[in-house]
Design a protein around this ligand. Sequence first.
Ligand code: 1CP
Length: 333
Amino acid sequence: MTVLQDCINKKSNPNCIWLMRQAGRYLPEFRKIRSKNLNFINLCLNERLSSEITLQPLKRFGFDAAIIFSDILLVPHALGQNVKFKKNFGPILGNLNIDEIHKINGDDFTKKLSPVYNAIKKTKLSRELKNKDLIGFVGAPWTILVYMLNKKSPKKKCLKNIFRDNKLINNLLKIIEKFLKLHIENQIKSGATIIQIFDSWAGLSNGRDYEKYVLEPTKNLVNFVKSKNTPVICFPKGISDYKKYVDIVSPEVISIDYDVNPEQIAKSIDITIQGGLNPNFLLGSKSELKNNVKKYLDVFKNKQYIFNLGHGVLPNTDPNMVEYLVELVKNYK
Ligand code: 1CP
């Protein structure tokens, strides 16, 4: 068994660590590849390079797990919606054509994303991954829907009208859920040993829609992953009630964001907990980082805990600070 799975299965509570966006812009070796590959989607679909990028942070820091280098927006791409990444702006999605999406079958979808699955197969063979997990992932149905309808990050601007058409939302959520299941299944078949579901915009939905649009579709995915005997980690960002989320969605692991009070989580939640530390602490001093890392490790000392951040590593992070962070977690007693 791997350290992460031992932690999840309550066999032990090792000091384990991996980071969201551990492969990415803060690493000079990533930037070098990225500077020669200006089309981000094509880079994700380059099986040799995406496998190499996946392993970069493991070679440098010896993390306990790898996460496949890909993006949640490859799913809209595979559904025929144009996806581009503009420098210093983020994703820009093209027009959404529901009729065209209805025509896409599973084989077309799988074929379009086959480089992702081949990258997983290739990465699994590397010596860096011996006895370690390779995490596959998807965006949660709600988060994918938000991008497909809003066509850009809601951080930039959230169009007011997009949530009005309930029929469109229900119709689209069903299709998204179907293809996310296929994407999960393909990743597991290729060798992903854990699945993480990123619900980055869970906090955007409120009121009754939250149950219908966030909790239910995600629960369906979680049940699907469980039926494949694979552990699942959920990362719902910006929600107010983690206990309710865990009770209803019922993943093996819950990843918490940096706005959450860790003491309250430790008191109210019994499953394995992941993450929490504000990625901004990697931009400050070593002593401040040390104090805050210790805070999370102390709070979760008697729980099953996987160290991670409360969101992805920031692009302006010094890799030496990441190295120091791994050392702190590994040497914690
Ligand atoms: O410009 C660049 O070099 C690209 C930056 C980048 C990278 C490195 C993007 C663009 N995506 C990624 C990789 C990525 N994205 C991974 C790889 C594995 C890892 O190391 O963790 C993962 C898991 C994601 C997931 C992802 N993509 C999420 C969920 C997590 C989160 O950040 O909330 C989201 C929302 C996206 C969309 C996305 N991809 C990239 C950008 C700039 C965005 C938009 C974010 C936003 O809307 O503000």
